[in-house]
Write a protein that binds this ligand. Structure first.
Ligand code: ASP
Length: 364
């Protein structure tokens, strides 16, 4: 064989080999084991943190469980009727943003200077389009603004006043500071600032004077609960999407942006791997690129979704000193959650299966 013939012969051999392996019939066992993809799947979180059944009390526990069931029902209504994963994400997140029990939209935590600065993001696994907003103070549902950024602007992320102006022009519903205010979050801010020896700012305009005495429901949170909300969904067409919305962390410095609107940190979706929504101390999730890291392990290392989630949350996040968790779904219908805190409000359901709701560690 002439030296110059060699590459041609090699290429022919390679092609023949590839053809053979492509035509080869997989062993019967492999074929039988491949599970059918469920028509849809939905996994939701309502924040992770220190959660203890006794401190929480039966009424609060029941109320959060009911909120998680209601969130599942909203997503199920979209997916069961052939709606898209993006629409399911919006339906679920908007409902949780309007629920004052969660740290997103109404009921968000306050910055150290007494304002609500909200972050949100959404991502479409089919197109890799994403929309994110940060430092939002006057938009009722930040997740809807994030979707408008994704669909109606040439950008991925808008912040502060510019984001609000864009939202007004796009017809996104506005709200004033009083809409987001809850006495309980205000009392939590006061408690945190006093513990840190920092001054307590004036109450926001339009919320009235502090009630004396405080009702039991207005007492500051004892435990460190986050309450960010997030959803991942798989739809009938096989597309995944993720969305997350938060007020951030109590007494954060004004202007601080967390992981939620950072694509790949707190929110990520890709039809080639998975969709992830995170909750926890955002700084760690940003540094580890948590959501993207999980999807990369699925795509590039062939890990199952649960293995990948545990590798990033239980091993990497814990090793760095971070706390929190994630929910995730793959286009083939695997669902997972993983958290290294004592609790995470969470719920999931797969088409044809039963809803599953949990709060504390050790529940199924
Ligand atoms: N990850 C959010 C943030 O750091 C907070 C949370 O999940 O509770 O902004």
């Amino acid at each position: 064989m002439k030296r110059s013939d060699r590459p041609v012969r090699l290429a022919i051999l390679l092609l023949a080999g590839l053809g053979l392996s492509a035509c080869a019939t997989p062993p019967a066992a492999t074929r039988a084991e491949a599970p059918a993809r469920p028509a849809w799947a939905l996994v939701i979180h309502g924040g992770a943190g220190v959660m203890d059944r006794e401190t929480m009390g039966p009424e609060t526990e029941a109320s959060y469980r009911a909120a998680m069931q209601a969130a599942l029902a909203r997503g199920r209504a979209v997916l069961d009727t052939g709606g898209t994963s993006l629409d399911a994400v919006i339906a679920v997140v908007r409902g949780l943003e309007d629920d004052p029990q969660f740290n997103a939209g109404k009921g968000a935590v306050f910055t150290a200077d007494g304002r609500n600065e909200l972050d949100a993001a959404i991502m479409d696994g089919a197109t890799l389009k994403a929309g994110a907003v940060a430092g939002i103070t006057g938009t009722k549902n930040p997740i809807t603004l994030a979707r408008a950024v994704m669909e109606k602007s040439p950008h991925v992320m808008l912040i502060g006043a510019g984001a609000e102006k864009f939202g007004q022009q796009a017809g996104v519903e506005q709200a004033d500071a009083a809409w987001f205010f809850t006495e309980r979050r205000w009392q939590s801010l006061k408690k945190t600032l006093k513990e840190k020896g920092l001054p307590v700012p004036a109450r926001p305009a339009g919320v009235g004077p502090e009630p004396v005495p405080l009702a039991a429901a207005d007492m500051p949170f004892e435990d460190r609960k986050y309450g960010t909300v997030g959803v991942v969904a798989l739809d009938n067409a096989g597309h995944v999407a993720a969305g997350t919305s938060t007020g951030g962390t109590t007494a954060k410095l004004w202007g601080r942006v967390g992981d939620v609107p950072i694509i790949g940190a707190g929110t990520y979706a890709n039809d080639k791997s998975c969709a992830v929504s995170a909750t926890g101390t955002g700084e760690y999730f940003i540094r580890l690129g948590v959501a993207r890291a999980i999807c990369d392990l699925v795509e590039l290392k062939g890990m199952s979704l649960q293995q990948a989630a545990d590798e990033v949350i239980q091993a990497r996040l814990t090793a760095l000193g971070g706390d929190g968790g994630i929910v995730a779904v793959t286009p083939d219908g695997q669902v997972a959650w993983s958290f290294n805190t004592s609790g995470m409000y969470r719920a999931r359901q797969v088409a044809g299966g039963e809803p599953l709701v949990g709060i504390f560690k050790g529940e199924p």
